[in-house]
Ligand binder design. Structure first.
Ligand code: G6P
Length: 615
């Protein structure tokens, strides 16, 4: 996820673009850049770091005049965050300049083809490939920029929102979208471009939201021409009147980043699959695993090191790896692992899981494992982060920036990547049949829409939140794959509502927590149909006979738990190992609504930090 901004009109572009980028920093903030065009010269400045770093650098580096400008704030996907990989990118001739939000999946083959034709590349980005592809088409087909963009995009697989201009066309910007958002603000003889409407809300309330597979040619002082990228058909622009205020727009209309991120999960999981889960070909492609297959196959065991929510994702992975790939897994708190002289050998594979990629304890655990010659694989969200750089290989989660301190979409996308890894290794080891493998891929592909369905419980979850918001303690119970989900549900509630909560394996309840149960104790029980359903139903009976209040998370259509529980929240049915991706949704919503009702600071809870870079 990145943020893009553009302006073409009669005002100075720079102040609009730089302010716009600041508003879009929630979409990514590892590097930023701006290109301004005054009709004679293109002036470009870019840097690793935040938009404020860019501002300092740009104002001392280039003159800021020009009534055409484009800017980008980056959340790296291809190539680490550094000055060179930052956007905008020039084409080889220096005539074309582009900004891009998205991922070009076939960039490697396009790059090789362009290299054969004499193109050179300064950066590691897929975006520089795209701008040179457009240049190549423009040259070969002797066509204008708009047509060249269209032809080039028809050769591209992936997702994009782009804005590109040509030095020879000072009055034109071409934009296009597929899978990444792009809004065009329409002022008086001026146009604004942005990933959302926040950069132009004070200039105009009229906006066009491009649909997927649409492109627009925007000419200064003229109308916008929108076309379908595939068949060139002209599209009637649909101009919407914006009703939102600034604050709402940055949070996409949600009251909090946490809620926005909960709702982003269907897309985030889809982005995690993109180019990796190929169900038609019955394949999983994960370069980091593929390139190191020998190490994985020779491993005596896998050790997972992580903290917080990422540790919970590691616990889910333990169940999945052992079940599918039959590899023994140990899951360690990084903070304990690093200080307890653990037995590690060169035959161990260590998987470090971290959203931020900066957690100090996880980093130290990685260094320790490397010093004992173990192979260390990273599962991180932030591209180019310290953990991503320190590990021997890895796989990114591609969840986009997570701003809310309580982790939500990072958790489900971590589980997604780890499931892909387990399935790939299971296939390689022959511990899963080809038909089972295919079945898992097909089912995994349905998860984004099932998460969407699970999110529909939101209104009902609010009702439940209202009933129990004043409870002082909560218990969360689950078994098997859903035991870590119970831990995560309890952590979410603690973090943002400050209500004490404990997660427990359902059967362990009778060895202690059962003493806490009375008519004032709400107990969230994950009781999905597969797995140890009957056993969990027995646990629910035990709670009921002690008058505890039962909130069941059940499979759609469930009857037994419904008869026993005070409330049931349904999630769609799926195969057992994928249920955590669905059962976790109502638990996130429950903690969110309770915290809101208690008027807590949901996005920035007291005493916590998003990234803990101290031990
Ligand atoms: C902090 C955050 C948690 C997170 C944990 C691990 O405590 O508040 O949400 O799970 O760190 O962070 P990481 O970035 O390594 O996943």
């Amino acid at each position: 996820m990145c943020g893009i901004v553009g302006y073409i009109g009669h005002r100075e572009a720079y102040p609009i673009v730089i302010k716009g980028l600041q508003r879009l920093e929630y979409r990514g903030y590892d590097s930023a850049g701006i290109a301004l065009y005054d009709g004679n010269n293109i002036k470009l400045s870019k840097t690793k770091g935040k938009v404020s770093d860019l501002k300092d650098r740009l104002e001392s580096e280039i003159s800021t005049d020009g009534t055409l400008g484009i800017g980008h704030t980056r959340w790296a996907t291809h190539g680490v965050p550094n000055d060179v990989n930052s956007h905008p990118h020039y084409s080889n001739s220096g005539d074309l300049v582009i900004i891009h939000n998205g991922i070009i999946e076939n960039y490697d083959s396009l790059r090789k083809e362009l290299i054969k034709r004499g193109y050179t590349f300064k950066s590691d980005t897929d975006t520089e490939v795209l701008v040179n592809l457009i240049e190549d088409v423009k040259k070969n087909e002797k066509t204008k920029l708009g047509k060249a963009v269209q032809i080039a995009l028809n050769q591209v697989v992936g997702a994009y929102a782009i804005a590109v201009f040509d030095k020879n066309k000072p009055n034109e910007i071409v934009v296009a979208r597929l899978g990444s958002p792009l809004a065009i603000g329409i002022g008086d003889d001026e146009f604004f471009i942005a990933s959302d409407a926040s950069p132009f809300i004070e200039y105009t309330k009229n906006a066009i939201y491009l649909e997927d597979e649409e492109m627009a040619i925007i000419r200064r002082g003229k109308d916008i021409k929108i076309r379908k990228i595939k068949n060139d058909a002209l599209v009637d622009p649909y101009i919407q009147e914006l009703q939102l205020n600034l604050e709402q727009i940055e949070k996409g209309g949600y009251d909090h980043f946490m809620l926005k991120e909960i709702y982003e999960q269907p897309d985030a999981i889809l982005d995690t699959f993109r180019g990796r889960l190929l169900s038609n070909e019955a394949m999983i492609k994960l370069a980091g695993v593929e390139d190191n297959m020998k190490k994985f196959l020779a491993a005596d065991r896998i050790i997972v090191v992580a903290c917080g929510t990422s540790w919970h994702a590691g616990l889910v992975a333990e169940y999945i790896f052992e079940d599918l790939a039959r590899i023994p897994v140990e899951v360690e708190y990084a903070s304990e692992f690093r200080y307890r002289n653990p037995v590690i050998t060169e035959k161990d594979v260590v998987i470090a899981i971290s959203q931020s990629g900066e957690t100090a304890d996880t980093l130290a655990a990685i260094k320790l494992a490397k010093s004992k010659d173990a192979f260390v694989f990273g599962v991180c969200n932030v591209v180019g982060s310290s953990i991503a750089r320190e590990t021997d290989a890895g796989a990114y989660t591609h969840a986009g920036p997570e701003i809310g301190v309580a982790s939500t979409k990072a958790f489900t996308t971590q589980i997604t990547v780890l499931t892909l890894m387990a399935l790939r290794l299971a296939r390689a080891k022959g511990t899963i049949s080809s038909s089972e493998f295919r079945h898992h891929l097909i089912e995994l592909e349905t998860i984004p829409s099932k998460v969407e369905e699970a999110l529909k419980s939101d209104t009902y979850v609010q009702t439940i939140a209202d009933i129990y918001k004043d409870a002082t303690n909560f218990l969360y119970l689950g078994r098997g794959f859903n035991f870590p989900v119970a831990l995560e549900g309890a952590l979410k509630l603690k973090e943002i509502s400050y209500i004490h909560a404990e997660g427990y394996p359902a059967a362990e309840m009778k060895h202690g927590p059962i003493a806490l149960i009375d008519e004032n104790m709400p107990i969230v029980v994950i009781a999905t149909k597969k797995g140890h359903y009957e056993k969990v139903v027995s646990n629910i009976q035990e709670i009921k006979s002690r008058k505890g209040k039962i909130i069941g998370i059940v499979t759609k259509g469930d009857k037994s738990v419904k008869d026993l529980a005070d409330h049931v929240i349904e999630v769609p049915e799926t195969i057992e190992c994928l249920t955590p991706l669905l059962t976790t949704i109502p638990l996130q919503l429950l903690s969110y609504h309770i915290a809101v009702m208690l008027e807590k600071n949901v996005d920035q809870p007291r005493n916590l930090a998003k990234s803990v870079t101290v031990e």
